[in-house]
Design a protein. Sequence first.
Length: 405
Amino acid sequence: MSLAPPTRSMPYRLALLVALMSMSIDIHFPALSTMVDAFHSTHQALQLTISSLCVGLFLAGFIIGPMADAYGRRRVLHVCLLGFAITSFGCAWAPTLDTLLLFRFLQGVFAAGAPIIVMAILFDWYTHEEFARMGSLIGMVITFSLALAPVIGGHLSAAFGWRSIFWFLLGACVLLSAISLPFLPETLKEKKPFHLKQVLASYADIFSSWQVIGHLLLPSILIGFIVGYVSLASYYFIDVLRVPKDHYGYFQACGTLGNVLFCLFASHWTARFGAHKVLKGGVLMAGLSGLFFLFMALFAPHDPYLLTMPVFFLAAGIAMVFSPAMSLAMRSFGREAATVSATFAAVRMGLLGVCAYFAGIIYNESVTSLAALFVTGSILTLIVYVLLQGATLQPTAPSTAHDQT
């Protein structure tokens, strides 16, 4: 039998930790223009504050998962949260852009832990069906936090300056750790010795399965491109369309409201129609959102309200893709749930970093760069989904207690 959460509220407290780590990606977006002036730098250079964090998330993801399988979820989570608090302080203090980029990289290293470990803990607690429902919650939390973060960051930056954003991350980390960690038991029933050879063999098994990697790519591509879009939109909306920076976040929050609404139904649809059909619907939704944005870019390039509407449908597509894709990918590697979760996080953050860097290169202070990013993400998602069709997910690891429930 699977374990159970110690309290009914514990999964939601852990979800808040995931939300905070996700917020660290884009909470400073409304302050990017201000930071360009503060560091006497360029838009392209400030995009590295996103890419450096994602590089840290990407690299750490591969090692944190196996460590959580070897040393336990709780211990590794403690270390990651402590490191996140320290590096948030470093970001708030940073006197130069180079120093800020260094601390953003280290912040990403430690921020990688919470999403990976929380997904593994949920897998330890729940059956496949229950995990799919909780996965919808985590997917909603990630996207909603990415939407809420610019709202918070915009107000903090306007009232107290850009450094206050990182002081907020520090304070929130301390608070959420205090209400979660003392009450969180260890959920790993059987620890695996940490051997580099075994870790590499586990990743070789995972990466050798196109079905697993393909399912992990689908939500990763969508999340990467929506974050890249939001980072570019901060420049375009604030500098070109003259949207006040403390209002910018509301546009993106309204756009990603689609994720919240569709997450409320995604688990029900999965139970009724199956993960494959819900996944297909989400991919089609994302593809149509690309066409919708292209239409708006052609006929309403200076209307921030109309440009925000396609984001609603892209975020809705993410809600429908995230949980089914994650569940399908993890079924065959139940004994290495943290490693699969780490692979998902690493793939997601790696693509996010690439998208942020690509966004900085193509930005030309016009809506065409936003359209190019939006449409590219939609097309790549459709291509990956088409390549996945006709293949069968082959189990490559022994079943766990989840298969007995």
